[in-house]
Structures are given as structure tokens and as C-alpha cells.
Design a protein around this ligand. Sequence first.
Ligand code: PLP
Length: 396
Amino acid sequence: MTQSVPQPLNPPCRILMGPGPSDTHPRVLAALGAPTVGHLDPYFLQTMNEVQDMLRQIFQTQNKLTLAVSGTGSAGMETCVVNLIERGDRMLVGVNGVFGGRMKDVAERAGAEVSAIERPFGEVFSPDEVAAAVKAHSPKVVGLVHAETSTGALQPLEEIAKIVHDAGALLLVDCVTSLGGVPVKVDEWGLDAVYSGTQKCLSCPPGLAPVTFSQRALDAIDARKTKVVSWYLDMTMVRNYWSDSSRAYHHTAPINMNYGLHEALRLVLEEGLDNRFARHRRNHLALRAGLAALGIEYAVAEEFRLPMLNAVRIPEGVDDVAVRSRLLNEFGIEIGAGLGPMKGRTWRIGLMGEASSSRNVLLFLAALENCLSAQGASIQPGSSVAAANAFYSSAG
Ligand code: PLP
């Protein structure tokens, strides 16, 4: 067979303002290219320790079992589910978007008896309805999505955590999109099993899934009667690899991905969590001001809007695909399409991590105006950029 070698890769430099991945800082890209060492090399073991330590700070937890699962956010989801669930255990899942739906599917595959509470896309669950469902189903685990990337809605958790614990259950939470963009207070709120992903507000390419387990969750894992159904994601083994005392080989960790995450977490902590959350909020509000000047509305009620994922209604008569293609091809800007029932009706504009900047907000608004004009929409040129600029000036 003749062999053929394609040209080397030369990926375009996009501006990633979709639902993830987000823009990556050059320091993270440089870290990914550092020399690979062995997965039990003392240098790498030290790297792992530092990754764990920084993740604890960002999850705002003292949880010992805090580490980066080798795999994307979905691997984090499966890790949390399969370690807490044994065949026949009851799990209650909140489904108000695509990722709640995925969690339900994962729980069913893990052998849980799943009950779901549902809300239309864009809405969130009230403590009362969670309380009623917990009472009706007596689950071992309750699973919720903190930041539903498919809808742009933020699920408040604090009150619900108390309800779940009072009923003797564990709270499992998807923080893939929230971590690093809004507060995730694992200890203060009492979250038991939490997973995230690297490619959203942590601004590291996709490939690792930070997870953390509370003592309550660890007790449940230690009390299991059966083996975890996934060999790869079994925390009873993986934790020995990440533990400073045992360091037993389990799998070969993606060394360079961990370098990248290490640098991304350093960037988060250098900025400071509060400053980072404030930056995400400020750029979200500036974008909102600009979009309002174009008459573009949000799909989610103001109090539950995610600052890092702006789900907005596509104006009447505007061609969804044509606008997104022009944004990408003419301006190098990626935004996301709507998912599920929001497909064709919403755009998802990400302002995650590195991508949450005034430069991106102003650039995007100017580009969007251009795309809308090309579609024949009647807009006042420059109005959205002026509105966003006015917001930035007034906010200081
Ligand atoms: N959960 C949420 C809320 C997400 O937004 C995503 C990805 O977009 C996932 C889970 C799955 O993560 P991944 O695509 O990295 O596997």
C-alpha cells in the first residue's frame, strides 16, 4: 500500500466565543509543549500534587479526593455517577437541558433506578420542587447541573444542598461550565461529588475533568458492596495514583495535559477568584447592553443568567446558519447554535475564561452588526458597540 503524508497542521486562530472550548492563554499552550516526563517521575508527581492543591482552592474545598480525571467533562460526569451508584440505587436527576439529560442517561447505564424532574429549557429548579421529589423518591443521589451550557441558566444550589442532606442523600453537581466563572463553593454549600471540564472557564484545551468528592461521598464509596462498573474511572483505584502516600500505577496520565491545566490554574489563582468572577460579570453586562441596542433579547430570566454563556433569541427573519458562518469565515469568531428545542431559535455566545474580555465583546458586536446588515436587518450602525462602551465607561 502506498503511503501518503498530509501537510502539517496549521490550525486557524479563532476567537472562541461559543459554548466551549474557549480561547487558550499562550502560557497554557507553551506549557502543553514542555518536555514529557514519565508518569511516575518525581517531577510529574509534584505537578500532580500542585494541580490538586490548586483545584482545591478553585473548588473552594478541603476535600482530600480532588483530582483531574483523564478525559473530558463527560468523563467527570461518569466518574461521579459510577462511583456513587451501585446497580439498583435510586438517583434523582434534574433535567432542564441537554446535560441533565446526559446525566440521566449515564445514571441509567450505571444501573441506577432513575427518576427525573423536568423543567423547560432555560428554567431552573426551585428548592420546593426538589424537596417534593426527594420526598417522593428517597434517592441515594440527587444530580443537578449548576450551569446548563445548552440553555444559559444557572441553578442555585445552596438551599437545595440542605434539603438533599436532610433527606440523607448525596448531591452530585455538574460544574463543567461554572467552575472558574462564577463561585462554586463546594464546602460552604455542601456539594458531595462535583465535576468540571478544562475547556470552559479554566481556558485549558479539552482533555481533563477536575473532580472533587466530600467525606460523605467517600464514605458512600467505601461502603460499596460491588465494584465500580468502570475500571478506568474507579476512584478506589485512581485515588491511589493521585495519593501522595501510595502512588500505585493505574493508567498513564496525560502528562502534557496536566502541564497545561497546571498553568491554566496558576492563571486563575494569579488573577484571583473574585476578580475573575467580576470580570466575567462585567463583560456579560457589557454584551447585554450591546445586544439590547440591537433589540436582541435573552432566552433566560435575568436572575438565572449565566455570565459565561449568553443564550439569546435570534431576531425574527434572520438566518441562523448564515450569520454564524459569516462570523466564522469573515471574522474568525465562533459562537454556538441552540441545542434541543432551542435549535434555530437561539445563539449561545460564550464569554468563558480567556475569551471573557472587552476586546471580544466589542469585536463581536461590531461583527454581528455587519452580519445583520448583510441580512438586510435595519440596525443603527455602531449602536451596539457604543452601548457596550458606555457600559464599560460607567462601570469603571
Ligand atoms: N456538562 C456540561 C454542562 C457541559 O457544558 C459539557 C460540555 O459542553 C459537558 C457536561 C460535557 O463535557 P465534554 O464535552 O467536555 O465531555
